[in-house]
Design a binder for this molecule. Structure first.
Ligand SMILES: NC(=O)c1ccc[n+]([C@@H]2O[C@H](COP(=O)([O-])OP(=O)(O)OC[C@H]3O[C@@H](n4cnc5c(N)ncnc54)[C@H](OP(=O)(O)O)[C@@H]3O)[C@@H](O)[C@H]2O)c1
Length: 246
């Protein structure tokens, strides 16, 4: 099985950025694609452009996920929706913002995998792709966001073990900085622009191309974890406080 054997897909977070690029790439290849997000106007514009099928819902609403996924037999599930609004370091954060991020970035992913994967297993055909982050693989100065993406990383590893022998593949793509609305939503317009200027970022289409590569691989190949950064960004480093500051 590879992309040519798949017929349908569900992409979350499809109203902008990486999700919209994924919808464009899939529909160009003739895949019937359900595009999920909250902003109806964005999804309707994408539907006119690509022929995708809008699914307007809030992923924090479990019963809405249940209603939308009931009887939805897709071959490809792409869990892409997510945000980074935690309102500062954890010791200063608003706990509601923390819960919101956990619900959006992790809990909804569990609900969707739980709802969609039985069909994949029964048909012995399917591919689950998660958009993680380099922040799920390496320490970053955003503890809750990093923890949500770290959870996605281990979820992918564990799902591969649970699903081995079922024919269902699981791919995690962990990008560094991508030119999307992500940083403006997370940090406001000014700081968001600062964080995404002065170097050449990845484009949403770069992530979509990597996802398509994983989907196109022959069935014997499972592309498991892909870490990709801008050439002008490297991950890691040390944080050192000024002497006497603690
Ligand atoms: N941009 C980066 O540098 C970067 C780097 C690493 C990983 N990522 C990950 O890439 C993924 C996509 O982000 P992006 O960069 O493309 O940012 P984006 O343009 O802000 O897209 C985020 C998407 O998630 C959707 N979303 C957020 N909350 C939702 C909710 N409660 N219910 C349904 N949909 C929701 C948004 O749609 P609505 O607002 O219309 O609901 C939007 O379509 C995220 O998981 C992010 O963590 C991004």
């Amino acid at each position: 099985m590879s992309l040519s054997d798949y017929r349908s897909a569900l992409v979350t977070g499809a109203s902008s950025g990486i999700g919209a690029a994924l919808v464009r790439a899939l529909t160009e290849r003739g895949i019937e694609t359900y595009a999920l997000a909250r902003r109806r106007d964005r999804l309707e514009a994408l539907a006119s452009e690509t022929g995708c099928i809008p699914l307007v819902l809030d992923l924090r609403d479990k019963s809405a996920i249940d209603r939308a996924s009931d009887g939805l037999d897709v071959d490809i599930l792409i869990n892409n929706a997510g945000h980074g609004r935690s309102e500062g370091p954890l010791h200063q954060a608003d706990i509601n913002a923390v819960y919101d991020m956990i619900q959006t970035n992790v809990t909804s992913v569990l609900h969707l995998v739980r709802a969609i994967s039985p069909g994949l297993v029964a048909r012995r055909r399917g591919h689950i792709i998660m958009i993680g982050s380099v922040g799920g693989l390496h320490p970053i100065k955003a503890s809750v966001y990093g923890a949500t993406k770290g959870a996605i990383h281990m979820l992918c590893q564990n799902l591969r073990i649970e699903l081995v022998g079922s024919g269902v593949r699981v791919t995690e793509i962990c990008p560094g900085r991508v030119r999307t609305e992500f940083f403006e939503h997370a940090f406001g317009v000014n700081q968001g622009r600062e964080l995404t200027s002065g170097f050449t970022l990845l484009e949403p289409e770069d992530i979509a191309a990597t996802a398509m590569h994983a989907l196109d691989a022959p069935q014997r190949v499972n592309i498991t974890t892909v870490e990709m950064t801008p050439t002008e960004q490297a991950v890691g480093g040390l944080q050192i406080a000024e002497s006497g500051s603690s």
